[in-house]
Design a protein around this ligand. Structure first.
Ligand code: SDX
Length: 440
């Protein structure tokens, strides 16, 4: 990756910032992208003019440079390493896109086979982790178990936590991607009081997950190919998404030199929030609460009412001010998969389609460019597969682990990388002297 400092020196594009109070001026370099908006390098602003920039929620702040994912929110474009999501969804697979994320290029057949073997052979967990699962209360939310177990992995895999070594980073990346389905399935099995199931090396990534979640010691289990393919596509669509909240959390944790397992655990924590990856679970609750098409107008009014905390979960996006391309693919897939899985007449799917249709004609949603996002339809497919709603965000975390790991690896090897340490606009009390208790 090119050093930004060299890049800034190379091009002469600058933007002038003039402090109208003092007349002082600074020329800030403009750095051109390969696609999307250029950026203003504000590195000298504080030194030259004594100002910080202020951008709560980082709506207009590029926190890093990256070669992995490109999003154009206005046009509803999503590319992984340059490949449009629509083409990958039609022609590729989750494991092939995982390779693309890590290596930046699509694999040759032998490279893909080798990568699949590596992932398969890292899918087991250290046996003593079983006690950890069983130490959680029976009704612990699976995301709570995921945060705890993933964060503890550095206690088991010391031989891949020296992040200064490229081979350690690669093994940790492979271990994380490979073990997430096993940890997720174990979290689920613990929550239903059933024995944990070991992975089988002759199954696909999603086939293994389905078997580890739904097989029972009492009978043979056949992976449903429709569910296997549907999960593979949904996981591909969730694999990475630029500098979203959880990925930014992983990068910030990683910038301090924390071990990769702890960084991924921080990403899982951030993803759990209902404004982020927790939305897919919340969408199903909203659909169940609305329950009937006749109640849609009432809930749209609630969503518009600033005094009502109700939001139309699965709608809106910080970047997409057009239809989320992932939601479009999943919605189209819904018809097919629900039909093949025998849930074609799922009343919640019909309700979701009507809700989308009515909301997209409503001025409030039109003016704010609120469209269905990736979470709006995914839960309906998970439900048709038999995944309980408290496992929906876990599914998201399995897929996004690839993106977190790829972005973490990119950050660690970025020569510009330093510990992330934002500043603030201080609006607290000015300097004052201590007052003894008897004088307060
Ligand atoms: C994901 O960043 C990513 O890329 C995330 C993600 C990924 O792959 O990593 O794409 C995955 O997290 C998708 C988003 C899932 N979250 C939800 O579906 C939760 C519901 N959506 C909202 O909470 C909201 O839209 C966010 C959090 C997604 C975006 O919030 P922003 O960008 O901070 O926008 P905002 O809250 O300032 O909303 C702008 C306006 C406000 O109204 P006004 O103050 O302008 O009058 O739109 C309104 C909001 O009240 N609004 C909604 C709404 N979303 C925004 N009103 C009702 N229902 C909603 N869902």
């Amino acid at each position: 990756m090119k050093s930004l400092k060299e890049e800034s020196k190379m091009n002469k594009d600058t933007i002038s910032v003039i402090d109208n109070r003092t007349g002082r001026q600074v020329e800030l370099p403009i750095i051109q992208p390969s696609q999307g908006p250029a950026v203003i390098d504000i590195g000298t602003l504080y030194k030259e003019l004594g100002y910080f920039t202020y951008d709560p929620g980082f709506l207009a702040t590029a926190s890093c440079q990256s070669e992995i994912t490109y999003i154009d929110g206005d046009e509803g474009i999503l590319q992984y390493c340059g490949y449009p999501i629509e083409q990958l969804a039609e022609k590729s697979s989750f494991i092939e896109v995982a390779y693309l994320m890590l290596k930046g290029e699509l694999p040759k057949p032998d490279e893909l086979k080798k990568f699949e073997d590596i992932i398969v052979h890292h899918s087991m967990l250290n046996e003593s982790l079983k006690n950890f699962f069983h130490s959680f209360y029976h009704d612990a939310h699976p995301m709570a178990i995921m945060v705890g177990v993933v964060g503890s992995l550095s206690a088991f895999y010391h031989d891949s936590t020296d992040i200064s070594k490229a081979d350690h980073r690669e093994i940790a990346a492979h271990r994380m991607i490979a073990k997430m389905p096993t940890i997720a399935a174990a979290s689920y099995k613990h929550s239903i009081g059933e024995p944990l199931v070991y992975p089988k090396n002759d199954l696909s990534y999603t086939g293994n997950l389905l078997r580890m979640m739904f097989s029972s010691p009492c009978e043979e289990y056949e992976v449903n190919p429709i569910a296997e393919k549907a999960l593979d596509l949904i996981f591909m669509l969730h694999i990475d998404h630029e500098q979203n909240a959880s990925t930014s959390t992983v990068r910030l944790a990683g910038s301090s030199g924390a071990n990769p397992f702890a960084c991924i655990s921080s990403g899982i924590t951030a993803l759990w929030g209902p404004a982020h990856g927790g939305a897919n679970e919340a969408v199903l609750s909203v659909l169940k609460e609305i329950a009937d098409v006749s109640r849609i107008p009432k809930y749209l009014e609630k969503a518009k009412n600033k005094n009502d905390p109700f939001r139309l979960m699965g709608f809106g996006h910080r970047v997409y001010k057009n239809y989320d391309p992932r939601a479009r693919i999943i919605r189209d897939m819904c018809h097919k998969v629900l039909g093949e899985l025998g849930s074609a007449n799922d009343p919640l799917f019909e309700l979701a389609l009507r809700l989308e249709e009515i909301a997209l004609k409503d001025d409030y949603f039109i003016q704010r460019k609120l469209y269905p996002n990736v979470d709006f339809y995914s839960g309906l497919i998970y439900r048709a597969i038999g995944v309980p709603s408290n496992m929906f965000t876990v599914m998201f975390a399995i897929a996004r682990t690839v993106g977190w790991v790829a972005q973490w690896t990119e950050m660690i090897s970025d020569s510009n990388q330093r510990i992330g340490r934002p500043r603030q606009l201080y609006v607290g009390p000015e300097k004052r002297n201590y007052v003894s208790p008897d004088k307060r």
